[in-house]
Design a protein around this ligand. Structure first.
Ligand code: DSN
Length: 459
């Protein structure tokens, strides 16, 4: 029979000859990831072993159901794989004996939706952090066009524009940070939660640079009779390494994506007490999805083992050292850092005093070889598509081996970009974009960064 030789799975990759179009795009992406400083706070750079597992024969198998209880035959190897992945997650995050793990949710948004579906009835209330202050779109975001933020109010009630399933199928309200400190004010929040009486209180998000007091949050939720969901997608790696505090065993449910500081491939993990997990398992499958992506689970299992090694603890600690060093170096160039610094892997820069805002700065930085993203800031007065801030993170550059002293160089490059483009701050975006695309000074910085990254000492 054709193709029946025992080396069927070991044949060399032939993407280049079979599909040169995709191959060329892949090469361009690899070149970009090699030669630029990738500093999107939610991105990282996985190992070859993870890529091998993700590109493996595991992707060929359907395995609807749970370990040992599948709807299709031939799942003995998948059972071994999923069991191993769950055991590694349980060990790494030191879950209580009565807790269980789900590794099947395809990514963070479906993981959060599965928790809501398991624990709430349609229309019940979710209370999460205000999106503009660093919350996440799946924590109940909705808005009303033209309605301005009222800083005197801690609660955002949203509006008719229900952006994600979390506001479309559930009632949602959001809590804001304190306008002066840009931090969660737990006393004010407690009053607001008791008044709102949500069925679930959610913490975590995409741009809150500080640690969260999980015990206090859980106690607030309990006083209000609410479940407490800690979404630790951003800081999961820092928590696994003991660099940030852990909500595992404190919150009712913990969710996280696996590809940020945890440095696995894309996917998600849910952890909760076994009684809740029975409902959550059913919400993931068959509630929201069919067969799990076994190749993703394979990659995550490999990444979890990497995260158990002593080097990972050092890596996670270095991520935070680098972020703190970058914040302080940027302050030296008069960049305003939201909340005055960071406890984590990310910092949020308020660009209001510079007069060049997030959209333009992020684009110019990209031309100069630094990839970051525009972001809203607390008390945001501009549109999310052209916001006041820039979010920047250190997981990827730390994987590349960069240390605190290198953060000084990055801050200097960022400041040179800002100084060069400030004369174009009033231009329309398209005109600005055309100018910066051809700017010799930015091309020069991009070459310096490429050379820096190709230096053997760096990575
Ligand atoms: N999109 C992710 C982030 O960048 O933070 C969160 O889902």
């Amino acid at each position: 029979m054709k193709n029946s030789n025992s080396n069927y799975f070991l044949e060399k990759p032939n993407l280049k000859s079979q599909d040169p179009d995709v191959y060329e795009i892949l090469k361009a992406e690899e070149e970009k990831q090699t030669n630029k400083l990738c500093m999107i706070a939610s991105e990282n750079f996985v190992s070859k072993a993870i890529r091998e597992a993700v590109g493996s024969a595991f992707m060929n198998k359907y395995s609807e159901g749970q370990v040992g209880k599948r709807f299709y035959e031939g799942n003995y190897n998948i059972d071994d794989l999923e069991k191993l992945c769950k055991e590694r997650a349980a060990k790494l995050f030191n879950i209580p004996v009565k807790w269980r793990v789900n590794v099947q949710a395809l990514s963070g948004s479906p993981a959060n939706l599965a928790v809501y579906m398991a624990l709430l009835k349609p229309g019940e209330k979710i209370m999460g952090m205000y999106l503009y202050d660093g919350g996440h779109i799946t924590h109940g975001w909705s808005y009303e066009k033209g309605l301005k933020n009222d800083p005197s109010k801690i609660i955002h009630r949203g509006g008719q524009r229900k952006v994600s399933a979390s506001s479309y199928f559930f009632t949602s309200v959001q809590y804001k940070t304190d306008p002066q400190t840009q931090l969660i004010d737990y006393d004010k929040l407690e009053k607001a939660v008791l008044a709102e009486k949500p069925q679930i209180l959610v913490t975590g998000g995409t741009a809150y640079p500080r640690e969260i007091d999980y015990k206090r949050m859980n106690s607030i939720a309990k006083k209000a009779g609410a479940y407490y969901l800690a979404d630790i997608a951003h800081e999961a790696g820092l928590i696994a390494a003991g660099v940030n505090n852990s909500p595992v065993g404190i919150a009712d449910v913990v969710t996280f994506t696996t590809h940020k500081t945890l440095r696995c491939n894309r996917g998600a993990i849910i952890m909760a007490d076994k009684k809740l997990m029975k409902k959550i398992d059913r919400a993931v499958f068959p509630g929201l999805q069919g067969g799990p992506h076994n190749h993703s689970i394979a990659g995550i299992a490999v990444g979890l083992k990497e995260a158990m090694q002593p080097e990972f603890k050092k890596y996670a600690a270095q991520i935070v050292k680098n972020a703190k060093a970058l914040a302080s170096a940027l302050e030296g160039y008069r960049f305003d850092i939201v909340s005055g610094g960071t406890d984590k892997h990310l910092l949020l820069i308020d660009l209001s005093s510079k007069g060049v805002f997030g959209r333009k700065f992020a684009r110019a930085l990209d031309y100069a070889g630094i990839v970051a993203n525009m972001n809203t800031i607390p008390q945001e007065s501009r549109s999310p598509s052209d916001p006041s801030g820039l979010r920047i993170g250190t997981p990827w550059v730390t994987t590349r081996g960069l240390k605190e002293e290198d953060m000084g160089l990055i801050a200097k490059w960022m400041n040179r970009v800002m100084e060069r483009i400030s004369e174009w701050k009033s231009l329309k975006f398209d005109v600005f974009d055309a100018k910066v695309a051809k700017c010799d000074a930015l091309v020069g910085i991009a070459s310096e960064i490429k050379e820096f990254l190709s230096d053997g000492d760096c990575c």
